[in-house]
Design a protein around this ligand. Sequence first.
Ligand SMILES: *Cc1c(COP(=O)(O)O)cnc(C)c1O
Length: 261
Amino acid sequence: MRPYLLLTPGPLTTSETVKEAMMSDWCTWDEDYNVGIVEKIRKELVTLATSRPEDYTAVLMQGSGTFCVESTLGTAIRPTDHLLIAANGAYGNRMGVIATYYGIQHHVLKFEETQPVDPKAIDTYLNEHPEVTHVSVIHCETTTGVLNPLAAVAEVVKRHGKTFIVDAMSSFGGVPIDMAALGIDFLISSANKCIQGVPGFGFVIARRSLLEQCKGVARSLSLDLYDQWDTMEKGHGKWRFTSPTHVVQCCPNKKLTFGLN
Ligand SMILES: *Cc1c(COP(=O)(O)O)cnc(C)c1O
């Protein structure tokens, strides 16, 4: 026995029903998989994330949570844009690493790891740097467990009219979030955290009108969030490349109402 709790990399346990769902075969081309499961999950994710589901859309993406963060930054931010990252830990810093890989103009506004990010400091930075177009923040900095003041940060970002990107990897499904009320434009999470599925894919919930403008922006083929979304919309749940069928099939639909109840 390992001397610690048996956890998936979530780090959450999975139920018997989730494990049992692994026992059957699913194909990436099956209509009952695409229309019956993928589309249902996409719809439920949007319903869980916002009180205005008509304005938002969900994209599922192969890979771990970081793939979705990279996919979002690489697809939503153009070479002429400028990203401000409010970081108080490892995941915030990782956004900075991604931005560096992509050659995205960015600034990492650093805060103490034991403290939440300070909305006033973000406000001051935005006052002094009108070139900023996008602001990103980690909702729950999982490495320390610090929950950042999302509503207060959102108020600042929206007052300045910037696009707001939130990594809610370890909070979405656990802490209620209303994207429309807060003005969040892109929200990123993955199957294996509070949603309590198994690792293998993540998802991005995006303001539809903004995602629609992202065609041709991505610098990575497999992580092109726009193209993935476009294929899923037109193909009624069809993924661009082989989808992680068993992981998706295991996504515990019933739990998706958990956060808002
Ligand atoms: C887990 C997590 C990620 C992504 O990690 P992966 O190992 O790529 O799944 C990103 N941000 C936060 C806040 C996380 O908790």
